[in-house]
Ligand binder design. Structure first.
Ligand SMILES: [Zn+2]
Length: 78
């Protein structure tokens, strides 16, 4: 499904992400969003913690702002 909204940016650079989009992507207050800009395009992506090796989001351990899952950690230790 694709949602398209046209939003006006306010004086300090804020936009509002509409309730339907927040609900669709399960974006909650306090969630972190990754914002990237290139050429004339801005992309906003829900930032989720994932293992740097296999992209798993289960049993993650953080090290130096990166995440590794227990399974990959076990493989590294062997
Ligand atoms: Zn992993």
């Amino acid at each position: 499904m694709i949602y398209t909204n046209y939003k006006e940016i306010d004086g300090v650079g804020r936009i509002v992400i509409s309730k339907d989009i927040r609900k669709y992507l399960n974006i909650m207050p306090g969630d972190v969003l990754k914002i990237e800009a290139s050429n004339q395009c801005i992309t906003i992506e829900k930032a989720e913690n994932k293992c740097v090796f296999c992209n798993s989001d289960e049993k993650l351990k953080e090290f130096s702002n990166k995440y590794i899952c227990q399974s990959c950690l076990d493989k590294l230790n062997n």
